[in-house]
Design a protein around this ligand. Structure first.
Ligand SMILES: Nc1ncnc2c1ncn2[C@@H]1O[C@H](COP(=O)(O)OP(=O)(O)OP(=O)(O)O)[C@@H](O)[C@H]1O
Ligand SMILES: [Mg+2]
Length: 265
């Protein structure tokens, strides 16, 4: 199996989904097969990949709750090289339905382990804005945590809680989980306040912070309404270029995996 990467931050609206679908499209453009698993009941990733939620037959809900083989829920998207396991509205109930189930944190991991994907597939897990069971399933299934952080005054609020959740999952369920990359999103023109935020995030994450930052760009906002990624909707836009760079960084990080407790020099 290739890499399994959870895109998570329990803070809402920080660019998780935009990052997931655009990195997916950029990786596919670079020849890498990608599977996006939409773990958010809002279904934004499914929509941005052009999937009509109401017409969706199988979803990640059926996989997590009813044990449907993951393969049966995978659909092609309009983005060449990107397939998707869509979300559905009933996923909102999954958090509650899973609570009483044994092995509830392991559902996604087991589903992935039972699935044969094309070699080198990068699996991106788009998490909802919470640290509930859906996100815990993602953190248990993934080897890597990829954290988008919005460049704003409260950027680091809640990040400590995310890191603590990661540590808990690591000690109880998934020792191989690591933060592989952190990216600053919706970066505007340089201001004293914003530069201070960037410095703080840099000081917190050191070398995990991506060199690439994602600019605030209307193309990123307009694409989902067109059922598209910015890469496909506005291929020449600054945000599309930034996501192509970020995808390259993500591939490079995969080649120099940093073992737990050590630092790159
Ligand atoms: N680089 C950008 N430039 C401009 N707008 C952006 C950019 N990235 C994201 N947005 C917009 O910001 C909003 C939040 O982005 P997105 O949905 O990706 O965040 P999220 O973290 O997935 O949200 P949620 O927590 O609800 O799942 C969306 O309206 C999106 O179109
Ligand atoms: Mg989202």
């Amino acid at each position: 199996m290739g890499r399994v990467i959870a895109v998570a931050n329990q803070k809402g609206g920080v660019g998780k989904t935009t990052t997931t679908v655009n990195v997916a499209a950029a990786l596919a453009e670079q020849g890498q097969p990608v599977l996006v698993i939409d773990l958010d009941p809002q279904g934004n990733a499914s929509q941005a990949l052009g999937l009509d939620r109401s017409a969706t037959e199988a979803s990640i809900y059926d996989v997590l709750i009813d044990g449907l083989p993951l393969k049966k829920a995978i659909v092609a998207t309009r983005v060449k090289g990107v397939s998707c396991v869509p979300a559905s509205v009933d996923l909102a109930g999954a958090e509650v339905e899973l609570v009483s189930e044994s092995g509830r944190e392991l559902r996604l991991r087991q589903a992935l382990e039972r699935t044969k994907l094309p070699a080198n597939t990068v699996v991106l897990l788009d998490c909802p804005p919470s640290l509930g069971l859906l996100t815990v399933n993602a953190l248990t299934a993934a080897a890597e945590l990829f954290v988008p952080i919005q460049a704003e005054f409260y950027a680091l609020d809640g990040v400590g809680q995310l890191v603590r959740t990661m540590e808990l999952v690591r000690s109880a369920l998934n020792p191989s989980l690591e933060i592989s990359l952190v990216v600053l999103t919706m970066v505007g023109e340089s201001t004293v306040a914003q530069d201070r935020v960037l410095d703080e995030v840099q000081a917190y994450f050191f070398e995990r912070l991506a060199q690439t930052t994602i600019p605030r760009d209307p193309a990123a906002h307009a694409a989902p309404a067109a059922g598209s990624t910015a890469i496909d909707f506005a291929p020449e836009s600054p945000v599309a270029d930034a996501y192509r760079q970020l995808a390259k960084e993500l591939l490079a990080v995969g080649k120099v995996a940093v073992p737990s407790g050590t630092k790159k020099d």
